[in-house]
Ligand binder design. Structure first.
Ligand code: NI
Length: 141
């Protein structure tokens, strides 16, 4: 075992501890290990997909955050070939939800999703997609 120390926003740690409590975890370290494994599996799973897919990217962001709306729009313009529709919902005073319908080679859908994930002010991104073709299997990353 290696020992690490890390800095986290208080709110994030509090929310994480709440989830651990709900799920009956006795140890925060065990919770963090499981969360890391989950993150790795999700990333690997996303990287293993190939071919043509259709899906939705759901993004929740704080629209007060400097440049986030502009950055999000720039990325969507760059990937406009792979975007079929966009729906914007003003969720609360602070947060917006954007649902982006994407279709195309998964390598572009993946890089599009990852660019959005890296934006400051974006709180949540989820890609749900299915293969285009005979066999429908719906998977959420
Ligand atoms: Ni809005």
């Amino acid at each position: 075992m290696m020992r690490i120390s890390m800095s986290l926003p208080k709110k994030l740690l509090h929310e994480f501890d709440e989830v651990l409590k709900d799920r009956g975890y006795q140890s925060r370290s065990k919770g963090i290990r499981d969360a890391l494994k989950d993150y790795i599996v999700r990333y690997q799973w996303m990287n293993e997909m190939e071919g043509e897919r259709v899906g939705i990217v759901a993004v929740i962001y704080d629209h007060h955050y400097t440049d986030v709306m502009e950055d999000l729009t720039d990325i969507q313009h760059d990937y406009r070939k792979y975007i079929n529709a966009v729906m914007h919902v003003h969720m609360s005073e602070k947060y917006c939800l954007e649902v982006i319908v994407v279709k195309g080679d998964v390598k572009y859908i993946r890089s599009f999703t990852e660019k959005i994930m890296r934006l400051k002010g974006v709180e949540h991104v989820r890609l749900t997609s299915t293969a285009v073709g005979e066999n429908i299997e719906l998977e959420a990353d």
